[in-house]
Ligand binder design. Structure first.
Ligand code: E4P
Length: 220
């Protein structure tokens, strides 16, 4: 399974990259705004900086909601670097834009996916990645992880090659469950990856090993 980081924060991306476990980055307009990146030139320059930190796939989201606008943005975004993947929302014109990108050799990430039917459309259009939003489904009282299992089953039966990118991941448990449910990729903030490090028995065990080592050294 691939690990993507879901942020536009350059320090967090560099930190994840330094761990040697980073396969890519996802961003969205809210994450860019959080870093106070605004204006076309600044946004493009920021994507370039991200692509200089990692060779992994970097999802850059279009702002347009019409086919012509999405086509124009996709054509500009892919000029930034070879590892740019154009992120396109699951709307009617979005599906049309994904089909156009597929036909023109542009890789895509279909975002804002909340149902298996939407995932089916994204795969038919040739999306490279499909992004079901687990946490946001949980937020409204449904079982987000079930959607990952459903899409994994559907894609396996139908032989679709679109990769399932579990998004809107909120904690370490989500990462493990998404892996079990058949996600090809998880994307989450640095804090969720860091949660995977932690276990009290690791801390207790390490403290004991070091104490015993010190004791033995004292005796020797
Ligand atoms: C994925 O590509 C999205 O940017 C992201 O995972 C959304 O997560 P959120 O629901 O925590 O905003």
């Amino acid at each position: 399974m691939k690990f993507f980081i879901d942020t536009a924060n350059l320090e967090h991306i560099a930190e994840a990259e330094s761990l040697g476990i980073l396969d890519g980055v996802t961003t969205n307009p809210s994450l860019m705004a959080k870093e106070k990146i605004s204006g076309d030139a600044a946004v493009m320059a920021h994507y370039k900086k991200i692509c200089e930190i990692t060779d992994g796939d970097v999802s850059a989201e279009v702002i347009s909601t019409d086919f012509e606008g999405m086509k124009r943005e996709a054509s500009e975004l892919v000029k930034i670097a070879d590892n740019i993947v154009v992120k396109i929302p699951m709307i009617r014109d979005g599906v049309k834009a994904i089909s156009w990108c597929t036909a023109n050799g542009i890789r895509t990430n279909c975002t804002l996916v909340f149902s298996a039917g939407q995932a089916l459309l994204a795969a038919k259009a040739g999306a490279t990645y499909v992004s079901p939003f687990i946490g946001r489904i949980d937020d409204i009282g449904w079982e987000g992880m079930q959607l990952i299992s459903d899409i994994a089953e559907l894609y396996a039966i139908q032989g679709f090659e679109t990769e399932i990118l579990a998004a809107s991941i909120r904690n370490g448990k989500h990462i493990v469950e998404a892996a079990k449910a058949g996600a090809d990729v998880v994307t989450c903030p640095l804090s969720s990856f860091e949660a995977l490090f932690n276990h009290p028995l690791t801390d207790i065990g390490l403290a004991k090993f070091l104490a015993d080592h010190k004791k033995a050294a004292g005796q020797g």
